[in-house]
Design a protein around this ligand. Structure first.
Ligand code: C2E
Ligand code: MG
Ligand code: MG
Ligand code: MG
Length: 292
């Protein structure tokens, strides 16, 4: 986190980290009840396919509407949830909620969309995860390949053999496996080769300065080459400018995510914004913007 302290989002995060022990204790007590009180909800950020400029799916991002404190972002409560074990309940809730939403979208005609759900390393250590995932798919009648599980490098590195076995079981279910925040952890390339991942998400740290940093250009193109050689899709996250997008497209990324393509929004809004495939008026202007 410290290394990212230059970015606004993380400066705010740093402030929040100074929640006192007492504040955290109260927050945790509230968090334990947040699910049953319907205070948690998911927002969805579009994932756009470069080759078609169409939305291919959404990443589900959790939020907490706290009765007194207002909207609390995940960076402020996921860690707390992890330390207390509440993350297993929250994670199960998020998985089911995302699958329920995907079913609604499919029923509304968006049947090619996928949904990506973030998993905590703690959930990854749970013996129930595999069953929970297959239950969620079954209950909400979601095709496995339409669900993508996002895990961070650190999560898969933690306990390599057990993690590898769990990942392989998940992969056998047919769900997508995405390595989130790629490049910020401690990936061993040897290990990467053994992962049944379907996707690599290039961390926004490498996207941010792409237009001015030849080093970042080299890193991104190396990740693209590596991922493609291992038969994985490449997603770039944190795309904010047309210039970044132009670079990422030229460097061969398959999917883009970021405020330029769309912010995380409520599911109803997501449908309004990204309605059934049709010529989108914005495409032409977006193209001009990225060329200009
Ligand atoms: P992440 O999975 O890497 O998600 C990307 C984060 O970047 C999200 O922050 C998203 O809102 C933000 N973002 C997207 N586009 C842009 C952009 O163009 N510029 C900038 N500056 N930021 C952008 P968010 O929603 O606050 O989530 C933060 C992290 O919290 C996520 O990082 C993920 O690790 C975790 N998280 C979110 N939802 C869940 C969940 O349901 N379960 C678990 N375990 N973790 C979650
Ligand atoms: Mg993610
Ligand atoms: Mg990420
Ligand atoms: Mg992240």
């Amino acid at each position: 986190q410290a290394k990212e302290a230059g970015r606004n989002a993380y400066v705010v995060f740093a402030e929040w980290m100074s929640d006192s022990a007492e504040q955290q204790f109260r927050l945790l007590a509230d968090l334990r009840r947040a699910i049953e009180l319907n205070q948690l909800f998911l927002q969805y950020q579009p994932k756009v396919r470069v080759s078609t400029h169409q939305v291919s799916g959404a990443e589900a991002l959790i939020r907490w509407q706290h009765p007194e404190q207002g909207l609390i972002p995940p960076d402020r409560f996921i860690r707390l949830a992890e330390r207390s074990g509440v993350i297993n309940d929250i994670g199960r809730w998020a998985l089911n909620e995302a699958c329920r939403q995907l079913r609604r979208w499919h029923d509304a005609g968006h049947d090619t969309w996928s949904v990506s759900v973030n998993l905590s390393p703690i959930q990854f250590g749970s013996p129930h995860l595999l069953q929970e995932v297959s239950d969620a798919l079954e209950i909400h009648r979601v095709e496995p390949r339409r669900l993508v599980l996002e895990i961070t490098e650190s999560a898969v590195m933690r306990d390599t053999e057990t993690s590898l076995r769990l990942l392989q079981s998940l992969a056998r279910l047919g769900v997508g496996i995405s390595i989130d925040d790629f490049g910020t952890g401690y990936s061993s390339l040897l290990y990467l080769k053994r992962l049944p991942a379907t996707e690599i998400k290039i961390d926004h740290a490498f996207v941010r300065d792409l237009e001015n940093s030849s080093e970042d250009v080299v890193i991104v193109s190396a990740i693209v080459a590596l991922g493609h050689a291992l038969d994985m899709d490449i997603v770039a996250e944190g795309v904010e400018t047309a210039g970044q997008r132009a670079y990422l497209e030229r460097l061969g990324c398959d999917f883009l995510q970021g405020y330029l393509l769309g912010r995380p929004v409520d599911p109803e809004r997501f449908m309004q914004l990204h309605d059934l495939p049709r010529p989108r008026m914005v495409v032409a202007s977006e193209l001009q913007a990225s060329q200009g």
